[in-house]
Design a protein around this ligand. Structure first.
Ligand code: DOR
Ligand code: ZN
Length: 365
């Protein structure tokens, strides 16, 4: 594909590029929730992405092919009229996961990957895996059938400083896992540290990382700027500025092991502005506008399509989407909140003037 041909040459030369057209993108990490919340927030993801890897951390978690199938049906039923958004389902790994069931769900096309939450690492992760080495029979089977494992890479040891939990997980859990399973396809979800990115690069034949929009624009200071900002609190928590800079460099580099995973994770305002704030940033409504702005700032718009629409599909062995999506350097302001019953969800960068907008979307070539 000739990327040059996709730029608006009316704006070439010294004038800024006004728009880019990319193949329709995918979100390889999205929390769609269920019920009223699902119905309220799905239209935002469906307006931006053609497909999404749906995270399975519902209550109860999605651990069986039957549960994944039923959840997929609920998502399809909640799509706005005319939407062709395709939910790609994932299986929540527990200590009780059985390798035959994992294989059956994969062989039947019900799920495309399994999510490994270390038990207690984040929202609804208490049914997660308490002993990763003991999961070996399941991971061996996944290795054999080519099914990727998607990892929330944080240590759950309460003694470990929260800002070190990703690094400690890589040392204590990821390296042994990679050694035990040399052919297993692994995605480090929502990478937040420079060192993690280097680990992924070093194993890029079978490893990848998703990068969220919020980790590209906030650092750990942002969470405390002007007072505690609950809507910027997520897990893994944002790190020092040098890590944000490294994430921007990786995302915009064109390297095929990095792709979009928004980790859009809505919680009601009442759960965020509470004595104990739930972890999660609702970034789904402003994701592409944020990502493309970062690529623009980094002078890397020519790498945007790879990050948004090609690298992830290639990793999962899927064809890129049909159709195109245009991003325009034209100001937009997304609504600040999404109402849900008597509550609401606060939109990451909602109500703020953003320099890039989503333009025309076509669904077929
Ligand atoms: O901040 C987060 N929120 N991180 C996760 O890993 C889970 C997510 C959620 O489901 O709310
Ligand atoms: Zn997540």
């Amino acid at each position: 594909m000739n990327l040059d041909a996709m730029f608006d040459h009316a704006a070439a030369g010294t004038a800024p590029i006004a728009s880019i057209s990319i193949r329709r993108p995918d979100d390889w990490h999205v929390h769609l929730r269920d019920g009223a919340l699902l119905r309220a927030i799905l239209p935002f993801t469906a307006a931006q992405f053609a497909r999404g890897n749906i995270m399975p951390n519902l209550t109860p978690p999605v651990t069986t092919p039957a549960a994944a199938k039923a959840y997929r049906e609920r998502i399809l039923a909640a799509r706005p009229a005319g939407s062709d958004f395709q939910p790609l389902m994932t299986c929540y790994l527990t200590d009780a996961t059985m390798h035959d069931e994992i294989e059956r769900g994969y062989a039947e096309g019900i799920w495309i990957a399994a999510k490994l939450y270390p038990a207690g690492a984040t929202t609804n992760a208490h049914h997660g895996v308490t002993d990763i080495p003991a999961l070996s029979p399941v991971l061996e089977r996944m290795e054999k059938i080519g099914m990727p494992v998607l990892i929330h890479g944080e240590s759950t040891d309460p003694e470990i400083d929260i800002f070190d939990r990703e690094a400690v997980f890589m040392e204590q859990s990821l390296f042994p896992l990679l050694k035990r399973h040399p052919g297993l396809k692994v995605v480090i979800e929502h990478a937040t540290m420079a060192e993690t990115l280097d680990i992924v690069r070093a194993h890029s034949l079978r490893m990848a990382a998703t990068i969220t929009p919020h980790h590209l624009v906030i650092n750990r200071t942002s969470i405390f700027q002007g007072g505690l900002q609950p809507h910027l609190y997520c897990l893994p928590v944002a790190k020092r500025e040098r890590h944000r800079v490294a994430l921007r460099k990786a995302a915009t580099s064109g390297e095929s092991c990095f792709f979009i995973g928004t980790d859009t994770a809505p919680h009601l305002r009442s759960r965020k502005e509470a004595e104990c704030c739930a972890a999660g940033v609702f970034g789904g409504a402003t994701a592409l506008q944020t990502y493309v702005h970062v690529f623009d700032e980094e002078g890397a718009l020519d790498h945007f399509e790879a990050f948004a629409s090609l690298n992830g599909a290639r990793f999962y062995g899927l064809a890129p989407n049909a159709g195109t999506l245009v991003l325009e350097r034209r100001e937009c302001r997304v609504m600040p909140t999404v109402p849900i019953d008597n509550d609401e969800v606060v939109v990451f960068r909602g109500g703020v003037t953003l320099p890039w907008s989503i333009g025309l979307v076509t669904v077929a070539d």
